[in-house]
Design a protein around this ligand. Structure first.
Ligand SMILES: [Cu+2]
Length: 296
């Protein structure tokens, strides 16, 4: 069963190998095709921001081991056969990667007490791309794909975890280009404020005005399905999803603002936050953070 425990245990094993410097035999052999490994290069961005390109394969990431602190443009390229995302976690002060690895192995849920959720590109299908712009502060980080298992808990697919460092000093705020976005999506405890969206590629500011961390996963509703079907699937994710991945931005703290680019065709969509409320244990979707919207 692809439970959260199994997933996090697998993740822990990788973390452990990462921090002891010993590679798990299966990891290097899963290196992507040579054309993809050639260290992620990308054309300079028009906005002048440094870029952070991440390639998500079926069982590994290819991405830089370090990126500069400050405002950065992140692009997730999914080039395997499975849906992928990249939740960024910052390892808390005075916590070592060894402690994180041990926590993942002993009690996976306790690992999240050693980490802060700091956003990252949301779920896109094979061949998909998710662009976003966010601020990263200096420190040690871990990225992982978080997916919803059939038991309703999130899990990390085997191999979909990677450490990276953010190295300072950060540029001064005045030197950073403003966050891009003509319109704004507002995330609160527990609702989405979404403006009327037009079809095509668009960049939106994403503001978390809540006290809790939030995320937005955008899903296109399959024909014949509605909001109620989507909520039912979040609660009991068994069978074929009533929606397909259309990008998003993963869990980030209250009080912060970021930016994401969506490329949507006309039709019905839902926005979902899968984060669990610590008090009730319920997903934010069950508390109200799920809504439908139409793209014209
Ligand atoms: Cu939420």
């Amino acid at each position: 069963m692809r439970g959260a425990l199994l997933g996090f245990a697998a993740a822990g094993a990788l973390l452990a190998s990462a921090c002891t410097g010993q590679s798990r035999p299966s990891v290097p052999t899963l290196a992507p095709l040579p054309t993809l490994v050639a260290q992620p290069t990308s054309a300079p961005r028009e906005d002048g921001l440094p870029s952070f390109d991440i390639w998500a394969h079926d069982d590994s990431y290819t991405a830089p081991d370090s990126v500069p602190a400050g405002r950065i443009g992140v692009t997730l390229h999914v080039d395997g056969h499975e849906q992928r995302n990249a939740q960024f976690f910052k390892v808390k002060d005075k916590v070592s990667l060894a402690q994180v690895a041990a926590a993942f192995q002993q009690n996976p849920r306790s690992a999240t007490e050693l980490l802060d959720f700091v956003g990252g590109p949301g779920t896109v299908p094979p061949g998909g791309i998710q662009d976003e712009v966010q601020d990263l502060t200096e420190g040690q980080y871990v990225m992982a794909t978080l997916l919803l298992g059939q038991d309703g808990q999130q899990y990390v697919p085997t191999g979909m975890i990677k450490t990276f460092r953010v190295v300072g000093p950060a540029q001064t705020p005045a030197a950073a280009p403003p966050l891009p976005g003509d319109q704004r999506i507002v995330l609160s405890d527990f609702a989405f404020g979404i403006p009327q969206l037009q079809a095509g590629q668009q960049t939106l500011e994403l503001q978390n005005v809540g006290s809790q961390p939030h995320e937005i996963l955008v899903k296109r509703l399959e024909p014949g399905h509605d909001l109620k079907d989507a909520l039912n699937f979040v609660i009991a994710p068994v069978g074929t999803p009533p929606y397909s991945d259309a990008g998003g931005f993963l869990v980030f703290p209250g009080g912060e603002t970021t930016s994401l680019t969506l490329d949507l065709s006309p039709g019905p969509y839902v926005a979902i936050c899968y984060f669990r409320d610590p008090a009730s244990g319920k997903t934010h979707a069950e508390l109200g953070m799920i809504r439908d919207f139409d793209v014209e």
